[in-house]
Design a protein around this ligand. Structure first.
Ligand SMILES: [Zn+2]
Length: 147
């Protein structure tokens, strides 16, 4: 079986790694395409090996991975329960406020007018902004990291 490799390729590689070049081999390596590739690859590998190693983070222990997995699983359970609880309490609160507002609309209208008059309307605006901000905070993705 005939090999496509140059018979001098191993000697060429040995010369690249040792730095000792017989003149006949140097002349052959400059003409032979396989040996030129061997020289190029060998020098590249030597250059890479001479460079300082890149900083690598130390591996995380199995115990830390286990604790993180347990914590993430616990967060998923808590977040589902929190979502149900939050949705229920928010719905109950909105229904209660709406019920009181409808039941005692005359008093509510007077109270809203009194608050708006005493604060120049700014209190109601701030209350609306605060309500929207709290609602967005509670429903943002980071509040329920397990989802
Ligand atoms: Zn060759």
């Amino acid at each position: 079986m005939k090999s496509d490799l140059c018979p001098f390729e191993e000697k060429t590689y040995a010369s690249v790694t040792s730095g000792v070049w017989p003149e006949a081999l140097r002349a052959h390596a400059s003409d032979c395409p396989e040996c030129r590739d061997t020289v190029l690859c060998g020098r590249t590998l030597i250059d890479l090996a001479a460079r300082p190693a890149l900083p690598v983070d130390p591996p995380v222990s199995a115990g830390v991975i286990w604790v993180r997995a347990q914590y993430a699983q616990m967060q998923r359970r808590i977040s589902r329960a929190d979502l149900v609880l939050l949705t229920g309490s928010l719905g109950t609160t909105i229904a209660g406020i709406a019920g009181v507002a409808i039941w005692r609309w005359d008093i509510m209208r007077q109270w809203i007018a009194a608050v708006a008059q005493s604060t120049g309307g700014s209190f109601l605006l701030y209350a609306l902004i605060a309500t929207v901000a709290v609602g967005l905070y509670l429903f943002e993705e980071t509040f329920f990291p397990g989802r």
